[in-house]
Design a binder for this molecule. Structure first.
Ligand SMILES: Cc1cc2nc3c(=O)[nH]c(=O)nc-3n(C[C@H](O)[C@H](O)[C@H](O)COP(=O)(O)OP(=O)(O)OC[C@H]3O[C@@H](n4cnc5c(N)ncnc54)[C@H](O)[C@@H]3O)c2cc1C
Length: 309
């Protein structure tokens, strides 16, 4: 695959908080080779990226960005979307699935769909990354940044990390959990992972392996919203959404835990659409989970969050 290189800037992703100056200095472009593409689910792949001998300085939870302008095969779509949206297409953010103590970088990408009557524009970059990028392809990524990371002093704050994620929102938490299991033996983790169906669950084998390797330190509970009988997939699989009952059952002492929540939240597009209709935007995963934790009396300062659009 040929590519165009250009200055990428992770600070121009819509909806992101401005990065702290210390973070901003670290962001730089890297030319990577796609070493492997691993199917995770029917619409999601993990890409292993070779970077040569670069020193990869990132924290678990950081993301990189990929600029769609570098792919000539997207040119006509990018220009058309820029014409109708009236603004330049931004680099897209992808959380690192790898952890800093692993040799290679990896990212996990879910191909967004175009749903007639619902989706305003066809998704630009993710379908290409998932369905068209092959091992051996080169591309430029820019990284690493983002405020949603495992704090360096986490072990002094808590002994229990509670991860509540939906869909591909589990990617940064996967990096945090792997890293913390290896490097913070004093910490235990509960992961509550929401998906529509069992087939949508990313890293199934890896969750099994990690739980078997650390039975006292990792508990994974799946909440499946669109299965007829979710419990047939195993003891850790529940039917329905993440609910107050489920959180109360899993978290006996929520006040002592530190929470890491990642998944879909209300986007600026949702807000605008609701405003145009004179309505309030409907709560999504993030708003629902925050409300549940608020009802349980969890201190907001103990909640780390990242919203995927
Ligand atoms: C911090 C962060 C980390 C992320 N990490 C991951 C990850 O690990 N894995 C992953 O798969 N994804 C991740 N994402 C999401 C990713 O960045 C992309 O948003 C996603 O891949 C979709 O990109 P796309 O180009 O395919 O779709 P887009 O072209 O961005 O379209 C996505 C949706 O937005 C709508 N839309 C786009 N522009 C407008 C507009 N102007 N007005 C109204 N609606 C509009 C489209 O209609 C479509 O429904 C992350 C996002 C963030 C912010």
């Amino acid at each position: 695959m040929t590519l165009k290189t250009g200055k990428l800037n992770a600070d121009i992703i819509p909806g992101q908080k401005a990065a702290a100056p210390r973070e901003r200095k670290k962001v730089r472009d890297l030319e990577v080779v796609v070493a492997n593409v691993i199917p995770e689910t029917p619409d999601t792949v993990t890409m292993i990226l070779f970077t040569g001998n670069e020193f990869l300085d990132y924290r678990p939870g950081h993301f990189l960005t990929i600029d769609p302008h570098q792919f000539p095969s997207l040119d006509r779509f990018t220009r058309y979307l820029e014409d109708i949206k009236g603004r330049k297409e931004s680099p897209r953010a992808y959380s690192l699935a790898s952890a800093p103590d692993e040799k290679h970088l990896s990212i996990t990408i879910k191909a967004e769909e175009y749903v007639s009557g619902t989706t305003l524009y066809p998704p630009l970059l993710s379908p290409l990354l998932v369905r068209r990028v092959l091992p051996g392809s080169r591309m430029v990524v820019s990284g690493f940044t983002g405020p949603y990371t495992l704090p360096e002093d986490i072990a002094s704050r808590t002994r229990h990390l509670v991860h509540i994620c939906a869909g591909s929102g589990v990617v940064p938490n996967y990096s945090m959990i792997k890293y913390a299991l290896r490097n913070h033996p004093e910490l235990r983790h509960t992961l509550v992972l929401s998906n529509r169906t069992w087939d949508d669950v990313i890293y199934k084998k890896e969750w099994d392996y990690l739980q078997q390797s650390h039975p006292d330190r990792l508990r994974v509970v799946h909440a499946l919203t669109r299965e007829e009988d979710a419990t047939r997939f195993g003891a850790g699989v529940r039917q329905g959404r993440v609910s107050a009952e489920l959180l109360r059952e899993l978290l006996r002492e929520p006040g002592d835990a530190e929470f890491f929540i990642c998944g879909p939240g209300i986007t600026p597009h949702d807000r605008k659409r609701a405003r145009d209709l004179g309505q309030e935007p409907a709560m999504r995963f993030m708003e629902t989970v925050l409300a549940l934790l608020g009802d349980m009396g969890v201190d907001n300062a103990r909640i780390h969050r990242e919203t995927y659009g």
